[in-house]
Design a protein around this ligand. Sequence first.
Ligand code: 4NP
Length: 171
Amino acid sequence: MTAPDSTVSTVKVLFVCLGNICRSPSAEGVFRKYVVDAGLESRFEIDSAGTLDYHAGERADRRSERAAQRRGIDISKHRARQIEPHDFERYDYILAMDKSNLSNLERLCPAAHRHKLALMMSFAPALGDEVPDPYYGDGTAFENVLDMLEDACRNFLTHIVEKQLLASLKA
Ligand code: 4NP
């Protein structure tokens, strides 16, 4: 992955899973919370999408909504959407929840933008390499997803801030 151009005023981040109703809206909510808490909201554009269109237009899974709410994160406004071709051009970072999502993205993504793709858990590798799909799991699966996403999103934000700072010092 390459750091975004420091002259661009916003860093655009897209989180991707299969259905866009469990993991990626949760990642979006967690990351947005950290960005807002850091006072950096105006410097980011954050969204999420699924590789499937099956749940397009739906709210997040209620189990994800409730688990996020318990951590002070409101994802009730989320509406699922499928990834679109122009997303690959628009976003600076496109983070996949698991390897299957990543290989779907690699298949769809034009070569010129493939450096933007990465696994979410590459930012917290000690916790595993994939965010497991909680859809057929129990309540603990949804808590586990949030535990993993909190670590990965915290490290990801630190990574971006450090890259941007270094780029601005060099400019
Ligand atoms: P997500 O979870 O990819 O984290 O949103 C899933 C949601 C729906 C399905 C699978 C995974 N599904 O098969 O409908």
